[in-house]
Design a protein around this ligand. Structure first.
Ligand code: PEP
Length: 258
């Protein structure tokens, strides 16, 4: 089963709009210099909300084949929700991806599986691709219940979502203990959980659908480890934090050039 790899850079709360313009331009140029074939992988950047208009302008004016999206989305359409950004606002800015349920949103903004489910549905309804994040903390990993924990998150995130819509989603397995710590799950650790996620998706939607869905790994991915991680059968790409903030390093990750 061939699935096009997806490499997505989650900039988190880094880069003002001027830095964003520079980073996207440098990334595009670096990929061009290395004759990167965009048919080989989907490349996505996920800047802060305040950068989206600038990124849109650069991507459109330079006709870049880099897609972009947001790190979060409101469950509401519009109205008195101070600080929130709606799906239609993101669509208007040309966003095609939205990160949903990142562990930092779950932890610092108390996002439950039910909220993640709502955000996944809102993203799909607007025609964008949700990158649905899941992953366990260190204590759960040490207790050996990480697979059960992650599958429960998957059950929650996909509750009430049809097979047709599930096909439009991407899942990102991100063990919290490996995010921003330099501590990478071994490729076999990552495969264990990504494989279990695909089995769960097959149970929910059938093998054919599960085989078409992309499951990413995230957690201290860099150019030196990306190739081995992506060599595992159920890992279809990476959600990259820190290492996506440098154009040459993210370009290496996209090109799997360690
Ligand atoms: C992330 O936050 O999605 C992430 C994977 O971060 P890092 O690559 O820095 O561990």
């Amino acid at each position: 089963m061939s699935r096009t790899p997806l490499l997505a850079g989650n900039w988190k709360m880094n880069m003002d709009h001027l830095q964003a313009i520079k980073l996207v331009q440098e990334l595009g140029l670096d990929l061009e210099d290395h004759k990167f074939n965009y048919a080989d992988a989907d490349v996505v950047v996920l800047p802060p909300f305040t950068d989206l208009r600038s990124v849109q302008t650069v991507v459109e004016s330079d006709k870049m084949k880099i897609a972009y999206g947001a790190q979060d989305i409101s469950v509401h359409d519009n109205g008195a929700y101070t600080g929130e950004v709606s799906a239609s606002m993101l669509v208007k800015l040309g966003c095609t991806y939205v990160v949903v349920g990142h562990s930092e949103r779950r932890e610092y903004h108390c996002e439950s599986d039910a909220v993640v489910n709502e955000k996944t549905k809102v993203t799909l309804a607007a025609g964008m691709t949700p990158i649905v994040c899941c992953g366990e903390g260190l204590e759960i990993r040490q207790a050996g219940t990480h697979v059960d924990h992650v599958l429960k998150q998957i059950n929650g995130a996909f509750d009430g979502i049809s097979a047709e819509d599930a096909l439009k989603c991407v899942v990102a397995y991100e063990p919290i203990w490996a995010i921003g710590t330099g501590e990478v799950a071994t490729p076999d650790d990552a495969q264990e959980v990504c494989g279990a996620i695909r089995e769960k998706l097959a149970e929910l939607y059938g093998q054919e659908v599960a085989d078409k869905m992309r499951v990413l790994y995230g957690g201290s991915v860099k150019s030196s480890n990306v190739k081995e991680i992506l060599s595992r059968p159920d890992i279809d790409g990476a959600l990259v934090g820190g290492a996506s903030l440098k154009a040459d390093e993210f370009s290496r990750i996209v090109r799997q050039d360690g």
